[in-house]
Design a protein around this ligand. Structure first.
Ligand SMILES: *[C@@H]1O[C@H](CO)[C@@H](O)[C@H](O)[C@H]1NC(C)=O
Ligand SMILES: *[C@@H]1O[C@H](CO)[C@@H](O)[C@H](O)[C@H]1NC(C)=O
Ligand SMILES: CC(=O)N[C@H]1CO[C@H](CO)[C@@H](O)[C@@H]1O
Length: 358
């Protein structure tokens, strides 16, 4: 399911505190893309911006200061400690109502790229853990772990927020989702390869994902083609798909942990590049120019950031809504130098920015 409908479902199902579904304006990145290759961790919680509740990133978001954005749940449920982000779904005061989703994203708009998250998922029946891409118009690529099965994870592809369940999904074995695994979304214009711990398990191609819905105009293919944020979330589904209603008498919270997110940006020929598009670099450099003096003159500082985010529902093809949110924060690895390392240094010294809530 696409973002808007998923949000609606999420709001209905959870009576969440998400107050609006209006998407942010004044941010060119969501249209043009903003991708910087590197490995992002949660070594520095100052690099995680709490925008709860929010979709996307706030207007005028300063990418040089933050690696991750928390979109729902706040720092209370998107916790950064010991270099790891823990996304918690906490037992609601009233257990007859679903818990509020915890969601966050890597603060980039990627088209195309290979993104790998090292993370754990909750094996609590009724709970869904997600790692997904989400674009402004609802193009979406999903990893979704349902709490009712600790030994599988599902892949899915959505286009323009059009709901076509059980059409574009797959179910893949993984040994114990509560342990750290590396889940990869390798998204090229020619196809999406899903990999677990470096082993490809599925490739979805534009020609292979035939749309069933009349909502897809003739001549268009069911394939994500718009800049997307990579989002993490944990949410209460209560559906049969997810393992039934969450039993809050047995647990006080369900958690997913993220250790790192590694990004390899692709250019318009699906070739790995340090950044994409060229305007992303230009904007980075503008930020660098305007930013306070780096704390470390050698430009080799290791900026780290933490972030939290929240996401709103997406659903798996097997018929589930997943509110995916991703969070992450952290240091940009040296692989992304020189731009990323400059940004890292600046990030280490950065102050917080104003929040623009919708
Ligand atoms: C608890 O949640 C249920 C389901 O939303 C609702 O009907 C009920 O009124 C709530 N109880 C309280 C005390 O808020
Ligand atoms: C996945 O696990 C099931 C249950 O253990 C097994 O029957 C099946 O062969 C596995 N599939 C693959 C592709 O390994
Ligand atoms: C809570 C919620 O939205 N559950 C939905 C999950 O997705 C399945 C399949 O689409 C729906 O049947 C549930 O209602």
């Amino acid at each position: 399911m696409g973002r808007k409908s998923a949000i609606a479902v999420s709001l209905l199902a959870a009576a969440t505190s998400v107050s609006a579904v209006t998407l942010p304006t004044g941010n060119p990145d969501k249209n043009d893309g903003y991708c910087l290759s590197g490995t992002y961790t949660f070594a520095n919680k100052d690099r995680v911006f709490d925008a709860t509740p929010h979709v996307g990133v706030p207007d005028n978001f300063d990418y040089s200061k933050y690696d991750f954005v928390i979109q729902n749940g706040g720092q209370k449920n998107f916790r950064i400690a010991n270099n790891v982000a823990t996304l918690a779904l906490t037992k609601p005061a009233n257990i007859s109502a679903p818990a509020d989703i915890t969601k966050g994203s890597l603060a980039q708009w990627i088209k195309y790229g290979k993104v790998t998250a090292k993370m754990t998922a909750a094996a609590v029946p009724g709970v869904v853990t997600t790692f997904i891409s989400m674009s402004e118009r609802g193009d979406e690529i999903d990893w979704e772990a349902v709490g009712g099965d600790a030994n599988s994870i599902q892949s899915n592809v959505f286009y323009k927020a059009i709901v076509e369940f059980q059409v574009h999904g797959g179910v893949h074995n993984v040994t114990d989702i509560t342990k750290f695994h590396e889940y990869t979304i390798d998204w090229k214009s020619t196809g999406i390869t899903f990999a677990i711990d470096g082993v490809p398990v599925r490739t979805a191609t534009p020609a292979g994902e035939t749309a069933k819905s009349k909502a897809v105009p003739p001549g268009e293919q069911w394939f994500p083609t718009t800049p997307s944020m990579f989002q993490f979330s944990i949410w209460q589904s209560d559906s049969e798909w997810a393992g039934g209603k969450v039993d809050w008498t047995k647990t006080n919270e369900a958690v997913s942990q993220i250790e790192s997110v590694t990004v390899e940006c692709y250019d318009d020929k699906n070739q790995p590049v340090k950044y994409w598009p060229a305007s992303a670099l230009a904007r980075s450099q503008t930020a660098v120019k305007d930013a306070p003096k780096p704390a470390s003159p050698d430009g080799k500082g290791t900026g780290t950031g933490t972030g939290t985010g929240t996401g709103t529902g997406q659903k798996g093809s097997s018929g589930s809504n997943s509110n995916g949110s991703k969070t992450g924060s952290g240091a940009i690895s040296g692989a992304a130098a020189p731009v990323a390392s400059i940004l890292s240094v600046l990030g280490a010294a950065a102050a917080s920015i104003a929040a623009f809530f919708i």
